[in-house]
Design a protein around this ligand. Structure first.
Ligand code: SF4
Length: 239
């Protein structure tokens, strides 16, 4: 981590997501983007961007196999906040990928499918920016436990801004309810974590919230947030 980022981490550890987003927008004007997957955390951040007119670029990775409820939420958020959330798509459609790699690649090699439909398109898109915002929280997975508010993204080679790292699930839902933020109705049907339709199933009471992602596989991440930063362990969680 550069000394500049280390100073930012210390200065902003106890600041609100809005203050963090404002600082990021000030530091990287026109070179900052937010990649949302429309989880509840993403909806919170879109609310901040829209409500406070922060002028931050927004996009989502449209793999072509998102739930219809997710596409509907995407349209609702754009209408509610008067924003455009750009679609970033892989070069090949699902049908073209099927012709080249065999149908339903996610059933045989989900890592390759995520690489083709998420990681590579994200890498190409992020090459246009100096910093990106994510909705990562430290308590989501073991891999995310060391995330910092500002960090060097060792995988994609730009600065990563995580305004919600210290928030808990309860913090997120409190904000959603208080501000009447639109969210995916599948969350009310047993889907705490929602990705692509073929790789997401509902979870039972007592299961890990991400147990429904790639059920039956070791895999629990798409590969977008798995590489830790280059530096020392994070400060203690504040959530
Ligand atoms: Fe493919 Fe499933 Fe990954 Fe989506 S989540 S890109 S369908 S393996």
């Amino acid at each position: 981590m550069t000394s500049e980022l280390a100073e930012l981490v210390l200065a902003f550890e106890d600041k609100s997501p809005e203050e963090i987003l404002r600082e990021a927008a000030r530091r990287y004007p026109g070179r900052l983007t937010f990649a949302t997957g429309f989880g509840v955390e993403g909806c919170v951040l879109i609310d901040f961007v829209g409500r406070h007119g922060l002028g931050i670029d927004l996009f989502t990775l449209d793999t072509g196999v998102l739930f219809e409820e997710t596409y509907e939420l995407w349209r609702r958020l754009e209408a509610r906040y008067g924003l455009t959330i750009r679609a970033v798509r892989p070069p090949r459609t699902i049908e073209e990928q099927g012709a080249d790699e065999g149908a339903a690649l996610w059933t045989r090699n989900p890592d390759r499918c995520c690489e083709l439909r998420k990681v590579q398109p994200l890498r190409a898109e992020l090459a246009k920016f100096d910093a990106w915002i994510t909705a990562v929280r430290r308590d989501q997975t073991a891999e995310r436990a060391n995330a910092r508010i500002f960090e060097q993204d060792g995988k994609f080679g730009l600065v990563k801004v995580n305004p919600l790292v210290g928030w808990t699930t309860k913090d997120v839902w409190n904000y959603m309810v208080r501000n009447d933020v639109p969210y995916n109705p599948l969350h009310d049907q047993g889907y705490p974590s929602i990705g692509c339709r073929p790789c997401t199933s509902p979870v039972q009471a007592g299961e890990d919230p991400r147990a429904g992602r790639w059920r039956g596989e070791e895999k629990k991440e798409c590969g977008l947030h798995v590489l830790p930063s280059f530096d020392a362990p994070a400060r203690a969680r504040n959530g």
